[in-house]
Ligand binder design. Structure first.
Ligand code: NZQ
Ligand code: ZN
Length: 389
């Protein structure tokens, strides 16, 4: 088990009714609030009205920045930064899924960015010393953006989607009832994203991280169980609550305590797919994960031990033939994704092989994925993309 440091400054208020903490959470930062949200789902579920009422009753001045896209764009970041400057914003309140929270993080840092070109900030952004404070209300269990400092911003002009470290939310309000309205497609995709955050660390060369492995395996089993329940029964509180807690912990770094980094290969490959084709992150991940697993297991027999552990401890399989067992675990995972309704090929999403070489080169810039659990060359990545067709 390797040495590690962990410091999460975010306060999580978890459970039904935690919106009662909203006014007090914003209060220390000032009265001028930038309310950031997406395409309208928060209006449909009545959350927008509830938030506005609380803000007005507590004499906050509200400036709205709406229409944040899934796979949020740099143009939205620019719009938000301009609003912050124009209205002397003290604190940002993001209400929505990962896209809204990510965009709000980039706005929070962008507010103090000295340069003219915010895309340059995205390209070079590491944790900034100065950011506007951020409070969020989460409405979709997936990214873990409510409990990490990361954000992912897209630029349609350059076909780039880039992750960076921005700023932690000061407070995240996580009320599972706000996710009752999430569609089956987004529920399945969000669940696949949570699972991928676990896979990216679980498949590591550190074999003695018992605590992190145990947490990882528990989260994977919880997601598979509760996603299926939520798909059948969308207002099942326990299922939605487990998914929400899974989401926050999965991307927090906790399941990677003491483990060697892996470069998060599936995320690197998926961000290219979203950059070129604007697809749903979790769907791209599910499709890629299965092919990545089969590819690396076929390439490097030393990966077997981890896959056997996964097959036994997570998928509940048994058998004496290790190779068979390892591949059976992957098949079982694919069946699970299919059962949740995720399209399992890129062809179904209208994607062909046109950009695979360019995407592989970008995903593997500077040989980034040479440190993955099983090192990936550009050729490996192209093969994985092709297997997804
Ligand atoms: O825009 P609105 O109207 O809010 O609708 C959204 C959107 O259409 C809808 N939705 C959200 N909450 C809902 C709801 N619909 C009904 N009821 C609700 N309660 O769902 C759609 C997708 O929302 P989005 O925020 O895009 O989804 P998600 O949370 O999966 O975020 C995806 C983005 O996060 C990035 C992804 O790359 C992608 O850009 N990621 C961020 C990470 C991070 N910050 O650490 C890590 C992840 O790996 C990921 O890369
Ligand atoms: Zn993800």
């Amino acid at each position: 088990m390797l040495s590690f440091k962990h410091d999460i400054p975010t306060k999580l208020y978890f459970g039904e009714g935690q919106i009662k903490r909203l006014a007090k959470s914003l209060e220390p930062f000032g009265k001028n609030v930038l309310l950031v949200y997406g395409g309208g789902s928060i209006k449909k579920i009545g959350l927008y009205d509830e938030v506005i009422k609380i803000l007005k009753e507590n004499d906050f001045n509200i400036t709205e920045c709406d229409g944040i896209e899934p796979n949020p764009r740099i143009t939205s970041v620019k719009r938000g930064v301009e609003l912050c400057k124009e209205h002397n914003i003290d604190v940002i309140l993001a209400v929505g899924g990962g896209s809204t929270i990510d965009c709000a993080k980039a706005i929070a840092v962008g507010r103090y960015y000295a340069g003219d070109d915010l895309w340059e900030m995205v390209k070079t952004s590491f944790r900034r010393s100065k950011a506007l404070p951020l409070v969020d209300i989460l409405t979709l269990s997936a990214t873990g953006s409510e409990f990490d400092a990361g954000g992912v911003i897209s630029n349609l002009d350059t076909n780039e989607k880039l992750g960076a470290v921005y700023t932690y939310p000061s407070v995240s309000i996580c009320d599972p009832t706000y996710t009752f309205s999430v569609s089956p497609y987004q529920t399945a995709a969000g669940s696949a994203d949570i699972m991928s955050h676990i896979f990216e660390g679980y498949f590591s060369r550190t074999m003695d991280g018992d605590l992190s492995d145990g947490i990882a395996e528990t989260i994977l089993k919880s997601v598979m169980k509760n996603c299926k329940i939520a798909l059948k029964d969308p207002t099942n509180y326990a299922a939605r609550a487990n998914l929400m807690a899974d989401s926050s912990v999965a991307c927090s770094g906790i399941p990677e305590y003491g483990k060697q980094g892996t470069g998060w290969p599936c995320h690197a490959m998926e961000h290219e797919l979203s950059a070129y084709y604007d697809i749903t992150h979790g769907v791209g991940l599910a499709i890629l994960t299965i092919r990545w697993m089969r590819h690396i297991l076929g390439k490097d027999a030393s990966a077997m031990e981890r896959f056997v552990k996964f097959a036994k401890n997570v998928m509940g399989l048994s058998g004496d033939d290790e190779r068979k067992l390892a591949f059976a675990g992957i098949d079982a995972l694919e069946n699970y994704f299919k059962e949740t309704g995720i399209p399992m090929t890129l062809t179904e999403l209208g994607i062909d092989d046109k950009h695979f070489e360019a995407m592989a080169a970008h995903a593997n810039a500077d040989g980034y994925l040479k440190d993955a659990f099983v090192a990936l060359t550009n050729e490996d990545i192209v093969e994985i993309y092709k297997a997804c067709l």
